[in-house]
Design a protein around this ligand. Structure first.
Ligand SMILES: Cc1cc2nc3c(=O)[nH]c(=O)nc-3n(C[C@H](O)[C@H](O)[C@H](O)COP(=O)(O)OP(=O)(O)OC[C@H]3O[C@@H](n4cnc5c(N)ncnc54)[C@H](O)[C@@H]3O)c2cc1C
Length: 409
């Protein structure tokens, strides 16, 4: 291999480039990015950067420690596998021997009436975050549409700044993958901090003349707002691969080694990838978590140097965190696939606890609230998922657990 092209100049693409160089690749390395920015990290965009605690320089990821050609500010428009070329939007063509696809995902926009009004924001990129931060500095009334993790984090950042915040979701609780009990807990966390929650209610339209003025809910009520953050999830950036013959719905379909199905010279990494995971019983999953993107980038950068039959599977349990007020929410494994979530351990004052997810009698994932030090043992457990009832019994006798007797909720 003499020519390696990586499409997507963010976390997964950067880690892939670094790993290929560290692994001894000394040919031509080109990294293509639609954004004009060098790679940066996104989690602070809804937290410290949005709050004004970090400036843009703090989110930049070091990317000048290895030799690469950076083609920034121009998206890849098409993949021509027959000629082994990535075709850029400016008409340039990049030949490749092997290719890593890491084009991530983008924020879903409000599709209904009013989406074009001034004051309606999404939050995915550094530019989005800078625009939203400037808007919050004008001390607006804020409505957040969608109580997923981005919506919840923006709500908490705006509340910490003393702004009026309404958090709207059609679901009955925020952060749906947390399940109903933890969802109730999360709702209480936000209402205790002064967020006006409108749950179980959809959005009918956004209203205003030029500038957004209100959000109309499906129950007919109007929520006055000068800024609306649409946090309705993300979509994988795979449209540019249409016509390439790769399977891209939903996400780029890869095997366990992150090699694209049907083309051993192409690998994927990060939010774009759908790959079979042992915790999902071998079903394909697509995950939008920072650590998965970083690890998969590194993994793809190593695997791309090997012939297909020598590549290693990527089978780490997915890990995710979210910071809301003084609370750290962490998830490990696939708690969203659990048939039920049960409290496994908690401190006596109830401020730190762990829920476990059970599926087919086994642990599939955990959600830890302010209980980071417990994650290591669950990570080990998930490598060979234990019987759920045995795990509960063991935890009850474990001195290293959080301290209180395990109780059933
Ligand atoms: C505001 C925010 C906060 C977050 N906070 C957390 C958190 O607290 N914890 C957590 O676990 N995860 C968090 N995440 C998720 C995490 O940041 C993502 O999982 C991670 O960024 C995925 O990395 P990626 O490289 O796969 O994709 P992305 O970061 O989406 O990068 C893909 C890049 O490819 C570019 N691109 C797209 N199409 C093309 C094309 N055709 N040609 C060239 N380039 C293209 C995009 O412009 C982008 O720069 C957060 C995400 C956001 C947006």
């Amino acid at each position: 291999m003499r020519q390696l092209v990586i499409v997507g100049a963010s976390l997964a693409g950067l880690r892939a480039a670094q790993a290929a160089r560290t692994g001894g690749f000394d040919g031509d390395l080109v990294v293509v990015g639609e954004e004009v920015h060098r790679p940066y990290t996104r989690p602070p965009l809804s937290k410290e950067l949005l709050a004004g605690e970090h400036e843009a320089e703090r989110v930049v990821l070091p990317s000048d420690t290895f030799d690469a050609q950076w083609r920034l500010g121009v998206p890849a428009a098409r993949l021509d596998r027959a000629r082994r070329r990535v075709v850029l939007a400016d008409g340039d063509e990049l030949p490749y021997d092997r290719l890593i696809l890491a084009t991530g995902s983008r924020a879903r926009r409000w599709p209904g009436p009013g989406g074009e009004l001034e004051g309606v924001h999404v939050l995915r990129s550094l530019d989005d975050a800078i625009a939203l931060r400037a808007a919050l500095e004008r001390r607006p009334r804020v409505a957040v549409v969608g109580a997923g993790f981005i919506g919840c984090e923006v709500a908490q950042t705006a509340r910490k700044q003393g702004l009026d915040v309404t958090l709207i979701d059609i679901a009955p609780t925020p952060m749906l993958p947390l399940g109903p009990q933890l969802g109730e807990w999360c709702a209480a966390l936000h209402s205790d901090h002064g967020v006006d929650l409108r749950l179980g209610t959809g959005v009918a339209a956004l209203h205003g003349t030029g500038q957004v003025e209100a959000v109309e809910l499906t129950d007919g009520t109007h929520v006055p707002a000068d800024v609306v953050l649409v946090g309705m999830g993300a979509l994988p950036n795979t449209e540019w691969l249409a016509g390439s013959g790769l399977q891209v719905t939903p996400g780029l379909q890869c095997d366990a080694t992150l090699t694209a199905i049907g083309d051993p010279d192409i690998l994927g990494a990060g939010d774009i990838v759908s790959w079979p995971h042992p915790l999902a019983g071998g079903d394909a999953i697509r995950i939008e978590h920072w650590t998965v993107a970083a690890e998969q980038g590194q993994h793809a950068g190593r695997n791309v140097l090997l012939p297909a039959q020598e590549r290693k599977p990527y089978d780490q349990p997915p890990y995710f965190w979210s910071d809301q007020y003084d609370t750290k929410i962490q998830a490990l494994g696939l708690p969203g696939r659990a048939e039920r979530l049960e409290l496994l351990e908690e401190t006596e004052d109830g401020s730190r606890f762990v829920y476990g997810g059970e599926r087919d009698g086994r642990l599939v994932g955990v959600i830890a609230i302010n209980a980071a030090r417990r994650l290591g043992s669950y990570r080990m457990a998930l490598a060979d998922p234990p019987d759920f009832a045995d795990l509960r019994a063991r935890l009850a006798a474990d001195e290293k657990a959080l301290g209180a007797p395990v109780r059933t909720v």
